[in-house]
Design a binder for this molecule. Structure first.
Ligand SMILES: [Zn+2]
Length: 422
């Protein structure tokens, strides 16, 4: 009885979420079309109409693909759960592997492989049709499939032992397994942050020390002014895959390094690069990164605690179309069902996370305006929006659900107000 109620609850949430996502997507497209014929006033001198219209067309194309993907993913979700996909996979595998740990690990691995194969046509289309059409794709199919093979191998090498540890904790460490799993998971996350820049990122891209002496001196001056120590300045060959530009820093503690995409360096003037970096350093100096990590670790503790409860409830399995095994462990199945069902229940709350991330963006902009020239940041943002064909006129509600950054017009107005007040 509870199980039927849970199925109904799950389907209702899925339908409401889909309706909201469709409504947001169509609002977004309509809003962009309405503003397509004119560059917003404050950008009129800086961005040509053709670039504005390219951004509109690019965003609409991406949003439409997103809507198709929504329906596809909902069908896959229902196929895996209520239509018995996972049940079939599980019964088939247990016959081959027997009911032990191999069954559980092969269930997760098979699920991961099937999911990524289903997603593959969409990522291929996105890269070689959509991005290609707007001139952003720099990948060859060889590189695309090379990346896919590398990340699959990497996922297996890192992911399989990780899953083995979590499943063992679930099985052997008693009622508080979720707490131990959380400690283990958090430690793993910190380790990944430590080794990602020097071990994993170089598998996919080439990093060379920043050679431009003038720019280097400028950036070192900025780092000294704001009190930031780094293990080095690097340039990444982002142009190998995409024309989109970016700057970030990664790692923490002594392993922090600042990384510029080569695409960013070739496009921005030194003062603009400095302003963009000042924004990123603002995130660090204002403790946004630490705060975000605390929130993520806190949320994962809550979710693991919830999984600790759900994994003991028969309705959680049967409500999602799976008969729990009597002879084998159901922990791997619980992990999969949890991962599939949680986003259905959390999407409607996503504006809450956008609110705090927007607040951080404004604070980082103010930090950059304080330590560099706000006009340089504005100039850099205008160029980045134009180059990335990011729309200047998103639908405000769509933006509140999906964007971590405030709309460009809002950010730039704020920066210009600050610089004229100073
Ligand atoms: Zn930012």
């Amino acid at each position: 009885m509870i199980s039927v109620a849970f199925s109904v609850f799950f389907i209702s949430f899925l339908l409401v979420t889909l309706l909201v996502q469709f409504w947001l997507g169509s609002r977004h497209i309509r809003h962009i079309l309405q503003h397509r014929s004119q560059v917003p006033a404050q950008f009129a001198e800086k961005i040509p109409l053709a670039a504005h219209q390219k951004a509109a067309d690019y965003t609409i194309a991406k949003t439409k693909l997103g809507l198709v993907l929504l329906i596809f993913n909902a069908l896959v979700l229902i196929g895996f759960t209520l239509f018995g996909g996972l049940q079939w996979l599980s019964v088939t595998l247990v016959k081959i592997t027997g009911p032990g740990m191999w069954y559980q690990i092969s269930l997760i691995a098979a699920f991961a492989v099937v999911s990524s194969l289903l997603e593959l046509p969409f990522s291929y289309y996105s890269q070689f049709v959509l991005e290609q059409k707007f001139g952003f794709n720099k990948m060859t199919p060889g590189l695309f499939f090379g990346d896919l093979i590398k990340s699959t191998l990497l996922g297996a090498v890192i992911g399989l032992p990780l899953i083995w540890v979590v499943l063992t904790l679930m099985d052997k460490s008693g009622a508080l397994w979720w707490l131990y799993a959380w400690l283990f998971w958090s430690g793993f996350q910190l380790l990944m942050m430590l080794i990602y820049p020097s071990v994993i990122a170089p598998l996919f891209n080439k990093f060379t020390p920043l050679e431009d002496d003038g720019l280097r001196a400028r950036i070192e001056g900025l780092m000294e002014r704001v009190g930031f120590a780094s293990k080095g300045l690097f340039v990444m060959d982002g142009s190998k895959r995409s024309a989109h530009g970016n700057a970030y820093f990664s790692g923490f503690g002594a392993s922090k390094r600042i990384v510029f995409f080569d695409t960013l360096l070739s496009r921005l003037a030194p003062a603009e690069i400095e302003a963009v970096l000042a924004h990123e350093l603002g995130h660090f100096k204002l403790k946004h990164i630490v705060k975000r990590m605390i929130v993520i670790f806190g949320m994962s503790l809550v979710f693991l605690g919830l999984l600790g409860y759900l994994k003991e409830q028969i309705w959680f399995y049967t409500g999602l179309g799976v008969e729990p095994m009597l002879l084998a462990k159901n922990d791997a199945m619980a992990l999969i069902l949890f991962m599939l069902s949680v986003p259905v229940f959390t999407f409607l709350f996503s504006p809450l996370t956008s609110i705090s991330s927007r607040k951080h963006e404004f604070e980082a902009d103010a930090f950059a305006a304080k330590h560099t020239d706000a006009n340089d940041l504005v100039a850099a943002l205008v160029k980045l929006y134009e180059d990335n064909a990011s729309t200047l006129t998103p639908d405000p509600l769509h933006s509140a659900f999906y964007d971590s950054h405030p709309p460009a017009t809002v950010r730039i107005n704020k920066l210009l107000a600050a610089s004229s007040a100073a």
